[in-house]
Each structure stands twice: as C-alpha cells, then as structure tokens.
Design a protein around this ligand. Sequence first.
Ligand code: KG4
Ligand code: ZN
Length: 403
Amino acid sequence: MNNKNTKIRILAIETSCDETAAAVIEEQLDGSRIKSGMTGLRPVILSNIISSQIDLHAQTGGVVPEVASRAHMEAIIPVISQALLLGREVGPADYQEAIEELSGITHIAVTAGPGLIGSLLVGFNAAKTMAYARGLPIIPINHIEGHIYSAFSRELSSADDQFPILALTVSGGHTSLTLMKDHGIYETLGQTLDDAVGEAYDKVAKLLGLGYPGGPAISKLACEFRRLGAGSRESGEETPNFKLQTPNSIVFPRPVMNDGTYNFSFSGLKTSVLQKTKDIVLELNLNSPTEIPDEIKQEIAYAFEEAVAEVLATKTARAVKEFQPKTVVFAGGVSANQYLASQIQLKVESIKSKDKTIQFLTPPRDMTGDNAAMIGLAAYHHIKQGKISNWDEIDVDSNWELT
Ligand code: KG4
Ligand code: ZN
C-alpha cells in the first residue's frame, strides 16, 4: 500500500462504449503555477492510449453492444500495457515488463458508468483485479465527470478556481447540462429525453449513406453548404431535377427549445429529417435517400446542424443567465464540432453581464472523444479529497447519474 508521501501516479481505464482506453497520470510540481498563485502541484498526462472500434462498428453503421464488449476483451491487455509503458508499442513479449510498471502506480481509476454494461464490465473487472492483486486503492469515476475534466487538461488550466462550472456534455450516448459547484459537487440540470446529439448525427448520416460515425461527415457537408451554398445560391436555382426555392429552403424544428426546462430531445428532429428525405426521394423519383444529390445532402446537413446549434446554445445560455457560472465547458465527442462550439460560445458571451467574464472551454481535439486521461484527471481530484475505495467496495452502474 502506498504511503502519504508517495507521488500520486494513477492508472486510469475507460471502456464505457466503443473505445478501449488506458492512461497514466502523475502528480508533478509546476513552478509556473506557484508564481501564478495556484497550488504548485498538478496532474500531468504521461500516456493516453486509445484503441478505437470505429472500423468494426462502421460495418454495422453503429455500435453493437455484444461486439463492443468482445473487442474490449481483445484490446484491454495490450492497451493497459502500452499505457503503463508510456506509449511504447507493445506485443505479448512486453506484458511482463508492463506488469512490473504497476509497482510505481499508487491508484487505479476506472469508469463505472454510465455506459454499455458489457463494455463497462471489461475495464471495470480489469481495474478491480489489479487493485486487488496490488493492494491499491480504486476510484470509480462517472464518465460524464471525466468528460468535464477533459476541458482542464492543458498546462496551467485547472478547475480549482473556475467554479461554478456549467458543463454541456454531448456525445454519442449523452447530452446533459451539469452545474458543478466544486470538485465532486454536481447538479444535473437536464439531459436528453430520447436520442443523444451524437446519436442524432449518426442516424442522419446513416440515412444519407454517409457512414459511421456520422458527426464529422454531417458537419463537413454543413460546412460546405455554409461556404458555397447558403450565400451564393440564387432563389429558384435549379439543381438536377430539384428546385431549391430559397437559399435556405429546408428548416427543421427546434425540439423542446423553449419548454422552460434544461432537457433536450433530438428524436423528433431526426424524424423530421427522415420525412424530408422521403419527400425529396418521391419528388426526384429516387430509390433511396442515399441517392439524393450532394448539394441537397449539404443543405439537409446544414439545416440539421443549425437546429442542433440553436437548441444547444439557447439552453446553455438560459442556464448561464440563471446560474451565473464562471466557466462554461463544452465537452464530449460532439464538442469536436467547431461550428457548434462557436455558436454556443457566441450566445453565451452575448448574455454575460458587463462586469463578469465567462471562460468558455473545450477539450483539446484529441480528448473530445472517449479517453482514459480524462478519467485519471477526475480521479486525481477524488484522491485529493480522500475519496478512495477498496476493490470490493465498488460496483458498475450503467445508468449512473452525476449528482
Ligand atoms: O464521446 P464519444 O467519442 O463517444 C461516446 O461517448 O458516445 O462521442 C462520439 C460521438 C459520435 O456520435 C460522433 O458522431 C460524434 O461524437 N462526433 C461529432 C463530431 N465528431 C464526433 N458530432 C458532430 N460533429 C463532429 N465533428
Ligand atoms: Zn463519452
């Protein structure tokens, strides 16, 4: 067992959905932070290994839970070994050396929920086994909490003096607005009532034959429409067999945007897109939505993304007005979308009061999606608060709500 003077060194594991991930986080002394009045100690990411299952799930156009958990089982040992060996490429011959590296680890952190139960269990049991075998304390981390901490992973960026934090976490599995009053003190203001934002992107992309994951593909089309289409298309311009009546003739609904809650709903938006594509297929006499001409797909993607952006920005801005946060965090896989980030930031900044600045933070590009470094960063703060467990005191909770 480690003693109090040992430098904190965390092995973190994340397997909640379709990325098998492991990371090593170490507490280090940072002189520049002392100068700037912060505590001199900070968590530093030594390795952040992610084995993605995207290629596997692209074949089925989405995550099949059973397939995901089997893929986690194959990847978990190599990924943990590579993280322990600080990023070095590994094969079975290196596993013993990786196990020896465990002697420098003081804590194990693991995502315990929310997520796919079969996926969660793979990382969770690997973490528990190591905690048991090495007598190490273990810290179960909520996946959403991890995403929030991913925005504080840069040097000199710390959540310590940023409270209250308002976090909008959007991914393939989650859409939630969370108020974080301090480390470990959360209030979930609202979440999606049906589809998550990323899930809606993925479903619209699948409908249009754009592959999986759909977020980047839809966002690319929307961007092309903004660059080429929205400004330059004349009213009534003809595309092959289809008449675009106005520059932006497609407008989708903004579900539950003004219902007074902080909840979201995206399945109706997805259904509106489906209905629109059916109309276009009929009008152009096509066989399926995948045959819709590219310039119309661009406009559909644009109209979809505009609806998403307005709903996210409006709800976040309302929460900013009510709760006056010092910092707004936009995190999760969908936060890689720079257009959404810019629209939310603009709206948040437009309502801030004159004497207050609001910091708007997104994670670095390589930490927007699921990763284990964010789990280790969250765990670091649990350790600082003495919130650690023994291997036999914790359990997974696939519906774990952050409170
Ligand atoms: O956080 P993440 O890697 O995994 C989950 O916890 O779900 O998020 C993946 C989701 C996918 O739905 C993907 O389509 C979406 O994030 N995504 C995006 C973009 N990049 C990834 N959605 C919109 N725009 C993007 N640029
Ligand atoms: Zn996630």
